[in-house]
Design a protein around this ligand. Structure first.
Ligand code: ZN
Length: 180
């Protein structure tokens, strides 16, 4: 297990479509090591989600580890460490909501992004089972942000109002109070 370096915006891997994981790879040593590295890296960097392309592995694998409780997004239900392989997102309706997003590959910035708020995720878990799960509100945003990484998309691509892209310090000073 190892903490890997997270690549940053400008690295071509972040703009590439990731390859599907072969079913036969799931459960193998190389794949288990990759999941362990992603978990260690996510914890070391202090994020809530990580997509494999962010450590320069262009495969369709995402991990999410969202502690629950009070946050600037409200009182959140936890999403304990989960692994999504070859995930596909479907919007369940047209309702959208906006959140200030950040990204370990775009450090130091925050941007306001509107996304569908009710989604269904179809994915394979670490045991190779194909599953479906629905997500709403902030959880739906987190999932879509990570799955975008598998398609070479960054959250900044979705910002509709460029004045709502800010450095973290200015975001905290000027933009958080305006939202509440
Ligand atoms: Zn990201």
């Amino acid at each position: 297990m190892a903490v890997r370096r997270i690549i940053r915006m400008g690295h071509p891997t972040l703009r590439r479509e990731a390859q599907p994981v072969a079913e036969t790879a799931i459960g193998g040593n190389a794949f288990s090591n990759l999941i362990n590295d992603m978990r260690d890296t996510l914890r070391d960097y202090g994020g809530i989600g990580l997509a494999a392309p962010q450590i320069d592995e262009s495969v369709q694998l995402v991990i999410i580890d969202l502690p629950g409780g009070q946050s600037r997004y409200g009182d959140l239900e936890a999403l304990p460490l989960s692994i999504y392989i070859n995930p596909v997102v479907t919007s369940l309706n047209t309702e959208t909501a906006g959140y200030w997003e950040g990204c370990l590959s775009v450090p130091g910035l925050r941007g306001f992004v509107e996304r569908p708020q009710h989604i269904r995720l179809t994915y394979t878990n670490e045991n190779g089972t194909r599953l479906e799960r629905e997500f709403s509100d902030f959880h739906a945003t987190v999932i879509q942000h990570e799955i975008d990484h598998l398609m070479g998309t960054l959250y900044i691509d979705h910002i509709q109002d460029p004045s709502l892209l800010a450095f973290e310090e200015e975001y905290l000073r000027y933009l958080v109070p305006a939202e509440e």
